[in-house]
Design a protein around this ligand. Structure first.
Ligand code: DC
Length: 224
């Protein structure tokens, strides 16, 4: 049977990862969090003290980075960098900034493209990111553009950071989100944008259950 691919793109904090994970569980597909892959590279660049803006330096460094996705018994995606599980470290706010900067380099995106496509060839996937429906899987069976207001996304991110034990003030999180939105949508290489054939789901006024129901409805309509 043909593998199914569901692409979910949108700005940070729209609920992509939580919802994509729940969807994957519901459908029995593999959840692929592509942001975690960029975060792993950002983390590596930061740890090695390289300049994330310098594409040549970053690409040179990536030659020594072996990035792997492994799935635990819990079904959760873990990121391994040169054999080390860095799944926790890549979530730190300072890594977000590095991930955003390194992800703007065309060479970095090319480095990761095949890895992402290979996962979708081998498995039915729910894949989330910024350019999944536009670049990585242009023939995805379902494309969803998940969004929410910047204020709501900042509130959700604050709650998440608090639960992780690394709280940050709301105004700081909001300004980082606004900056990251701008960076992600204005970069030359694969900017964040809605694919023409994507269905927009705005979760500003929806709770988790309502958002999940909305997404399942879109999938049902597209592929039954
Ligand atoms: O979804 P996230 O916040 O974990 O993503 C981290 C960064 O990676 C974000 O600034 C944008 C970038 N990214 C990207 O450019 N393309 C993707 N497919 C996924 C993430």
């Amino acid at each position: 049977m043909k593998n199914v691919s569901i692409a979910i793109d949108g700005p940070s904090g729209a609920g992509k990862s939580t919802l994509a994970r729940a969807l994957a569980k519901e459908k029995g597909y593999l959840y692929v969090d592509t942001g975690a892959i960029y975060r792993t590279l950002g983390y590596y660049v930061r740890r090695r003290g390289a300049d994330p803006k310098d594409e040549v330096e970053v690409l040179e460094l990536l030659r020594s980075a072996e990035v792997e996705l492994r799935y635990g018994e819990d079904g959760l995606q873990h990121m391994f960098l040169n054999g080390e599980d860095v799944s926790r470290e890549i979530r730190l706010p300072e890594v977000s900034k590095y991930a955003s900067i390194v992800s703007a380099h065309a060479g970095v995106r090319a480095f990761l493209l095949e890895m992402q496509r290979e996962l979708a060839r081998k498995h039915s996937v729910v894949m989330d990111g910024r350019d999944i429906g536009t670049v990585v899987l242009p023939d995805a069976d379902v494309k969803i553009f998940l969004t929410a207001s910047a204020e709501m996304r900042a509130k959700r991110r604050c709650l998440e950071l608090q639960q992780r034990g690394t709280p940050e003030p709301l105004d700081q999180v909001l300004s980082e989100i606004v900056q990251r939105d701008w960076d992600d949508t204005h970069r030359a290489a694969a900017p964040l944008r809605q694919a023409e054939d994507a269905v927009v789901v705005d979760t500003t006024t929806l709770n988790f259950e309502e958002s999940l129901t909305a997404l399942l409805r879109v999938i049902e309509e597209k592929i039954g």
